[in-house]
Design a protein around this ligand. Structure first.
Ligand SMILES: Cc1cc2nc3c(=O)[nH]c(=O)nc-3n(C[C@H](O)[C@H](O)[C@H](O)COP(=O)(O)OP(=O)(O)OC[C@H]3O[C@@H](n4cnc5c(N)ncnc54)[C@H](O)[C@@H]3O)c2cc1C
Length: 480
């Protein structure tokens, strides 16, 4: 039989169930990736859905996938258009009998799956889809999706107690060729694709973030095995500066160039060969958070994207575009916010600590519609994952799964996690001369002190937002 594998956010050959499905009894295999123009439209608040860093990372991932497929006797066909239209056409042309792909969890993506399934059914092509983006398989959860607890800990405890993480699918040694007549494999887009110019993170980035399965596996090899960093992950994970404080797996996880289950089984191997401790457990714990947001997306569907969030909470949100722009452009005048936003804008990455703070500041201090922030992140993040992004934004904005509705005191957080201001100075060299005691609150320096370090707050740096004083007062009113 001729089979077709539709690659989506599963751009890998290891632990790929959809690939295995297509290989059973395959005389030929047609691996396809489709650039869907809908992914390159603007979000409702006007940001490009796919920004330059993620586009570059994706292109690199596809080039790597294509090279890996070719090395095994296959290829990757790259097309542009709507998958629900193109795939049925390919099936007719190349007499495909079976199509497989990995299922997604969110509304736009599952709508496309439904349309595709229907179109394939109409031409008698079998569809056998797989679930492969989480540690726990959706079918193995100890509860129905509509019974999923709304508090993470309740979910995690049940999943850890009653579910097992499945074994890996092996990487095939070789692959069948393309169907007869399929010769043109299509072009990987170059510059200015759908109006977006692919771009690399700046040199100041925590990592160069090379896309692709090969780079993903190399990152794991480095972080776990060569540098032996996993054993102290729990102590370092709240850092903000450098490659080593956390795994940086997120971008590869997001487009599926690494499988979360593969990471899990490598953690188990590390625990038996090197060390088992709180840190080794904690990396799995964080991956369970990732699972959780995907299952929450399944449970709540489109509500995940509503202003009122999954909780249905009505708040008075501001749409002050001037204040929003200052937040987005790293021009708030608050070093902890501006340093993190500058990192995001230059590299597409930001630490988890940074993300929590800038999100909390936007939604809870400026009271700006949290969806504007979520959409901006969608555009900018190299590791954008629809479920993790929208789930975390809702969580930090008081409309999601946080039972305590936490608030971050930005200054307190800066002092705790960047005590000597090394992170601030890395991203805001304008503040290099500011003494440590003022690095998180330069506006507290008197005029003479400001002049001594070449600053005139309120004039040139740091482009203070109109309500800087008020913003600081807001911060101070709250806990940490
Ligand atoms: C407002 C906001 C938006 C976010 N948007 C995204 C996003 O679009 N894509 C994304 O992958 N993560 C997102 N996160 C979660 C988290 O910040 C990143 O996964 C993490 O910083 C990536 O760095 P790392 O791979 O070194 O993480 P590590 O600390 O090494 O963690 C290992 C892995 O666990 C998962 N993980 C860790 N923390 C979380 C979390 N809070 N939620 C879900 N999964 C987690 C990630 O897959 C991560 O790669 C967001 C967090 C916030 C607060």
């Amino acid at each position: 039989m001729n089979t077709l594998l539709w690659f989506r956010n599963d751009l890998r050959l290891h632990d790929n169930e959809a690939l295995h499905i297509t290989l059973e009894n395959a005389d030929s295999l047609l691996p396809v990736y489709i650039f869907d123009p809908r992914q390159f439209e603007n979000t409702p608040f006007g940001f490009p859905k796919t920004g330059p860093f993620r586009l570059k990372f994706l292109i690199d991932s596809l080039l790597d996938l294509r090279a890996n497929l070719r090395a095994k006797g296959s290829d990757l066909i790259i097309l542009q258009g709507k998958p629900e239209e193109l795939i049925p056409e390919l099936c007719k042309k190349y007499e495909i009998g079976l199509v497989s792909y990995h299922e997604e969890a969110t509304h736009e993506e599952t709508q496309i799956e439904d349309a595709l399934d229907e179109a394939l059914e109409a031409i008698n092509v079998e569809v056998d889809s797989a679930w492969g983006a989480t540690l726990f398989h959706v079918d193995d959860l100890p509860m129905e999706i509509d019974q999923l607890p709304d508090v993470f800990t309740a979910f995690r405890k049940k999943a850890e107690k009653y579910s097992e993480i499945r074994e890996l699918f092996e990487t095939p040694e070789s692959l069948p060729g393309l169907p007869k007549g399929m010769e043109e494999s299509g072009n990987v887009p170059g510059e200015d694709f759908f109006g977006i110019e692919p771009d690399r993170p700046s040199k100041r980035s925590v990592l160069p973030f090379d896309g692709g399965e090969t780079a993903a596996l190399k990152r794991l090899e480095t972080y776990f095995w060569q540098q032996d960093l996993l054993k102290k992950y729990k102590d370092t994970r709240n850092g903000m500066l450098g490659a080593d404080y956390s795994s940086k797996f997120s971008a590869w996880l997001a487009n599926g160039t690494i499988s979360p289950r593969f990471i899990y089984h490598e953690v188990k191997r590390y625990e038996s060969e090197r060390k088992k401790n709180n840190s080794t457990y904690w990396l799995v714990f964080e991956l369970i958070w990732r699972d959780y947001f995907r299952f929450i997306a399944l449970k709540y569907g489109r509500k995940l994207f509503y202003t009122t969030g999954i909780k249905g909470k009505r708040y008075e949100w501001s749409h002050d575009t001037d204040a929003f722009r200052k937040w987005a452009n790293a021009e708030t005048g608050i070093p902890m916010i501006d340093a993190n936003m500058r990192e995001l804008n230059e590299t597409g990455f930001m630490s988890n600590r940074g993300r929590q703070n800038v999100a909390s500041f936007l939604a809870k201090c400026l009271n700006i519609d949290w969806r504007m922030g979520a959409e901006y992140f969608e555009s900018m993040l190299i590791d954008y994952d629809v479920c993790s992004n929208w789930g975390n934004w809702a969580y930090n904005s008081g409309v999601g799964n946080d039972p305590r509705d936490r608030y971050f005191n930005i200054v307190g957080q800066g002092k705790r996690y960047d005590g000597n201001g090394a992170y601030i100075r890395h991203w805001l060299p304008e503040l290099k001369q500011v003494p440590d005691e003022y690095i998180h609150e330069p506006h507290r320096m008197n005029v003479g002190q400001q002049r001594n370090v070449g600053l005139e707050i309120g004039n040139d740096y740091p482009f203070p937002m109109i309500n800087l004083e008020q913003a600081y007062r807001e911060i101070e009113k709250r806990g940490d």
